[in-house]
Design a protein around this ligand. Structure first.
Ligand code: HEM
Ligand code: HEM
Length: 200
């Protein structure tokens, strides 16, 4: 079935800004839990300093490891800003009729397959929205006059949505690749250049 999707410039910017911000944030989480894991870095510090005859308290080593990690983790918040901008852009696009409410796409889908794809898109949007809101709540709890303990649930929810989001994105990219291989609609190129190809 030929679709009449019109990926206007604003929609395309929204999509790729979302992709950049989400992948960026995921990458910082990956670094935080692997190469820059505070316990792993503290362990290296303790071992290397001990070899030099310097003995550090494990708590101090964790403090140094956190300081080493901090500039990298700043990027989590820089990508978070990108995600915030993408969400505002999407709201503007929807308000001006240049993008649809993801739920409407599900309700208006012509067949089961389209409904399934639209449902995946809807779940991705919902997961991203909840991740952004809970992340922002946890980040700004001081400014909002809230105690850290009272927003712990937000941090837990923020973290718990990591794997569901990764699985949904994997399904989305898998679906897009499958579509590219089995149809002539060239969805990916259209998501890059819109429907218009300029030659010359
Ligand atoms: C972080 C990764 C990604 C996220 C969060 C994401 C999110 C989304 C969402 C929510 C939609 C539905 C938009 C709407 O109709 O309202 C969408 C559509 C689309 N995405 Fe992605 N996307 C991601 C990665 C990618 C990648 C890597 C590609 C290309 C290989 C891609 C290609 C497309 C295409 C072609 C569509 C249009 C699909 C259609 O009209 O059926 N996406 N994306
Ligand atoms: C899709 C995008 C995002 C993903 C996948 C993501 C994922 C995560 C994960 C898994 C953690 C826990 C890291 C750990 O303790 O090892 C985390 C922490 C955090 N994230 Fe995000 N996040 C995203 C976007 C955001 C946004 C938009 C904000 C808003 C400011 C944000 C703010 C935070 C904060 C404040 C923490 C707690 C940091 C700490 O405990 O020191 N994140 N994020």
């Amino acid at each position: 079935m030929q679709r009449d999707n019109n990926y206007n410039a604003g929609f395309r910017i929204w999509h790729w800004l979302t992709v950049l911000s989400v992948f960026g944030a995921l990458f910082t989480v990956l670094l935080r839990s692997t190469f820059l894991d505070k316990k792993a870095v503290a362990e290296i510090l303790l071992q290397k300093l001990a070899a030099l005859g310097v003995h550090l308290d494990p708590e101090q080593a964790i403090g140094v490891a956190k300081a080493i990690r901090a500039p990298m983790w700043e990027w989590h918040y820089i990508f978070a800003l990108g995600l915030g901008a993408a969400i505002v852009l999407r709201l503007l696009l929807m308000a001006t009729g240049r993008a649809e409410l993801p739920l409407l796409k599900v309700l208006r889908a012509p067949d089961a397959m389209e409904r399934f794809k639209a449902a995946i898109h809807l779940l991705i949007c919902l997961a991203i929205l909840v991740i952004a809101l809970t992340g922002a709540l946890y980040y700004y709890h001081d400014a909002l006059g809230l105690a850290k303990e009272s927003v712990h649930w937000a941090k837990e929810l923020h973290e718990a949505l990591l794997w569901p989001l990764v699985l949904l994105i994997a399904a989305h990219i898998g679906g897009v690749i499958r579509h590219e291989l089995t149809s002539k609609e060239c969805l990916v190129s259209r998501m890059i250049h819109g429907d218009e190809i300029r030659i010359s």
